[in-house]
Design a protein around this ligand. Structure first.
Ligand code: COA
Length: 163
């Protein structure tokens, strides 16, 4: 059983993340998409809200599990007996940060490989901050996120407007 971990903040999950996930499930028997609890980030969505969106967005996938974790990614990967960490590479600007993380993770645990997958080029300009910003200003994000995320963003916006 080849298990891969797909970690991120997913605030919120976008169609770009789902594109990477679709590619990863073809390569691995199981992919655990997991939210890293990062005290230095102040996400728009709570962990529970993000987990719900991940569950809803991935419910059509049989070999996908949704989870969250705290601490080092390599420790988490080991606890799940994962063979690989999956990360998306959208553009050259991602490369330096991703290379640094991959090499540091290798240093921490040589047994876990990082596998980089390229999303469809239509997602290269997409990230969660841009989606949050478009939605905050009332723009249409339906092309960039699954319907469950669009609804959650709209709910947040209405809550902010009402007070
Ligand atoms: N499509 C769209 N957006 C994507 C994307 C894709 N395919 N891939 C990445 N992104 C965007 C995200 O939306 C996010 O955007 P934002 O900054 O605008 O919110 C941004 O790229 C960062 O990506 P994300 O996947 O959320 O990574 P991260 O940098 O927040 O987290 C972890 C990276 C979780 C892997 C890392 O912090 C980690 O390993 N944490 C655990 C602690 C640890 O082990 N640290 C040592 C690491 S060496």
């Amino acid at each position: 059983m080849r298990i891969a971990i797909y970690p991120g903040t997913f605030d919120p999950i976008t169609n770009g993340h789902l594109d990477i996930l679709d590619r990863a499930v073809k390569l691995f028997d199981k992919v655990i998409i997991t939210i890293a609890r990062n005290p230095s980030k102040s996400p728009l969505f709570s962990e529970e809200e993000r987990l719900d969106m991940l569950r809803e967005a991935t419910k059509g996938h049989r070999n996908v599990e949704v989870d969250s974790f705290e601490g080092l990614l390599v420790d988490y990967a080991r606890s799940k007996q994962a063979a690989a960490i999956v990360r998306g590479l959208r553009a050259i600007s991602d490369f330096e940060y991703e290379l640094q993380m991959a090499l540091m993770n290798r240093k921490l645990d040589a047994a876990v490989e990082t596998v980089f997958l390229m999303p469809n080029e239509k997602y290269t300009y997409l990230n969660s901050s841009i989606v949050r910003e478009i939605s905050r200003h009332g723009g249409d994000v339906s092309e960039f996120v699954p319907p469950t995320v669009r609804r959650s963003l709209e709910r947040k916006r209405r809550m902010k407007l009402s007070g």
